[in-house]
Design a protein around this ligand. Structure first.
Ligand SMILES: Nc1ncnc2c1ncn2[C@@H]1O[C@H](COP(=O)(O)OP(=O)(O)O)[C@@H](O)[C@H]1O
Ligand SMILES: [Mg+2]
Length: 247
């Protein structure tokens, strides 16, 4: 079953055409790693998928429903997706616990007691139960990103969209965030993640999709796209990544 489908997504900023007709289908319980150089359109694609940007052409389907139809309430749709960015995901003026319970209570109308219980269980799972009352600036970057991920999960999203969630972190903090993503994936969450962590993509993703200049040039199982890339641009990109020590 396809949870998220992008059909012919076109997006321009002024004269700058950033996405040139991208098709991508993400099946339930699958992990898609979106790779590509800086400026290739990964973030824009995730922002279009989560309706944080309007598309100029094409459709986003969530559980088969065209959610880019102007008659659809975009706020309602966004509530069915979890989105985590590179950094600054948490509300700095709210405690860790309140960060995690805010959307479930205010947006989804769950009782405070139920939301708190679930938030505490989630924080416990990531070993941060003792940080519930702290403010985000008292946490390391890795802890903040893990809280951001469980906060996104707290609304029980249909799909989790992760945009380079480890790239703003000090190298020693990357592992703890990737472990959490791995665990969330193993539990069956449907995930689309833009990442520069090729080793992680190879291990965790079911599909690797290579974006280049707003075109999805190549996609398939990690062994194929990372191991035997068909397109010269993919090979070039991977060679650069290997040089940077990330494969
Ligand atoms: N809000 C925006 N306004 C204008 N240009 C943008 C905006 N967001 C992204 N872009 C441009 O779109 C292109 C793709 O950016 P982005 O999606 O961030 O790529 P990536 O995430 O792969 O690095 C870049 O050229 C970037 O400058
Ligand atoms: Mg980006």
């Amino acid at each position: 079953m396809t949870v998220l489908e992008l059909r012919g997504i076109v997006k321009a900023f002024g004269d700058d055409v950033v996405l040139r007709g991208v098709d991508l289908a993400v099946d339930e319980h699958r992990v898609v790693a979106l790779i590509g150089g800086s400026g290739s359109g990964k973030s824009t694609l995730l922002r279009c998928a989560s309706l944080l940007e309007t598309v100029d052409d094409g459709q986003v389907l969530l559980d088969g429903e065209d959610v880019t139809d102007p008659r659809v309430d975009a706020d309602q749709v966004r509530r069915r997706m979890g989105v985590v960015f590179q950094a600054y995901n948490l509300f700095p003026h709210l405690s860790v616990l309140d960060n995690v319970t805010l959307a479930p209570t205010v947006v989804h109308g769950r009782s405070r007691a139920e939301a708190v219980e679930e938030a505490r269980a989630l924080l416990d799972r990531i070993g941060l139960a003792d940080k519930a009352a702290e403010y985000p600036d008292r946490l390391s970057g890795g802890q903040q990103q893990r809280v951001a991920i469980v906060r996104a999960l707290a609304v029980r999203p249909r799909v989790l969209l992760l945009d380079e969630v480890t790239s703003a972190l000090d190298p020693e903090l990357v592992g703890e965030v990737l472990s959490l993503v791995r665990e969330v994936a193993a539990q069956g969450m449907t995930i689309v993640m833009a990442t520069h962590e090729m080793g992680f993509a190879r291990q965790v993703a079911d599909t690797v999709a290579f974006l280049d200049g707003g075109v999805l040039l190549e996609s398939g199982p990690p062994a194929q796209v990372l191991g035997e890339p068909q397109h010269p641009r993919t090979r070039q990109f991977l060679a650069r990544v290997i040089d940077a020590g990330r494969l």
